[in-house]
Design a protein around this ligand. Structure first.
Ligand SMILES: [Zn+2]
Length: 284
């Protein structure tokens, strides 16, 4: 049976559906800020883009994350399989370290997306969203999904990630992507404690600000530690959360928000496409 129809696909779709519907319910009942654009139109566009990307990755990638982890386990590839110390760690610790390692790889991938003009062309599809809700979490161009999968595969092979950890990470990454972009307000105390370990919607929406300095902070997907140790953590927007403006200045027009335009965006030439840089000191 082709990999595209494997059990893993169904399990991941179930997890995705539950998280999506749960957050959608939360957004409907108590949102952080009233969105003005038509939700159905936005969701159709984003589900179209995310669905197309997901399908193309499964169709064209010879090895997906789970297949790669199986290969690493059976062929003894990577640190967790070959290092005398790491190979004998308890499975729970291996999984925790694997999740941290994979999240760090994704974090670096996101930093490169902003740092290099050629990658920014692709990643700006995600940043041109003028409003934020859970559906922004799947608004990525197929090329970015290809790039993410490439980075994941390299990280899995380097670390020798256990199959179970690769599956958990895939579910965790897609769940956090929906959660971080969702238009919800966590209770203050929960926000305070959760943000010590995890990326929260409050933290990530600062990254979607149209102010370059803010865009160059809070790159994390799942764990907040990477931004903190690389001095890229911003706890609050300069003008306050209520005044955050999302999107990129030249792409605010509704004409830029259609599925066709989003697919074409990486190939459009425009002067204002260079990534914004700043002088923040960072070890990364
Ligand atoms: Zn970004």
């Amino acid at each position: 049976m082709p990999k595209i129809f494997s059990d893993e696909l169904y399990l991941r779709l179930i997890f995705f559906g539950v998280v999506f519907l749960g957050l959608a319910f939360w957004e409907t009942k108590a949102n952080w800020r009233q969105n003005l654009l038509n939700r159905q139109v936005r969701w159709l566009t984003h589900l179209g883009l995310g669905g197309l990307s997901f399908f193309l990755v499964r169709l064209f990638f010879p090895l997906l994350a789970l297949n790669t982890a199986m290969l690493a386990e059976t062929q003894a590839i990577g640190l967790f399989q070959t290092s005398p110390v790491m190979a004998h760690l308890p499975l729970g610790l291996k999984i925790l370290l694997s999740l941290l390692g994979m999240d760090f790889a994704m974090y670096m991938q996101h930093r490169w997306m902003h740092r290099y003009a050629i990658f920014w062309r692709v990643h700006r599809v995600h940043h041109t969203d003028t409003e934020l809700d859970l559906s922004t979490g799947i608004r990525f161009h197929p090329i970015e999904y290809f790039f993410m999968m490439g980075v994941k595969i390299l990280a899995i092979l380097f670390l020798g990630i256990p199959v179970m950890a690769a599956f958990i990470f895939e579910v965790m990454l897609s769940s956090f992507s929906l959660f971080n972009h969702s238009n919800i307000q966590l209770p203050a105390r929960l926000e305070k404690y959760l943000s010590i370990i995890c990326v929260t919607p409050k933290m990530h929406r600062i990254h979607h600000s149209d102010i370059p300095f803010e865009q160059n902070h809070n790159f994390g997907f799942c764990f907040s530690v990477w931004d903190k140790i690389s001095q890229r953590y911003l706890a609050e927007a300069h003008q306050g959360q209520a005044h955050l403006v999302f999107g990129l200045e030249i792409y605010r027009a509704p004409a830029f928000q259609t599925l066709q335009r989003l697919l074409a965006l990486p190939f459009l030439r425009h002067k204002a496409l260079k990534p914004h840089r700043n002088k923040t000191v960072s070890f990364l």
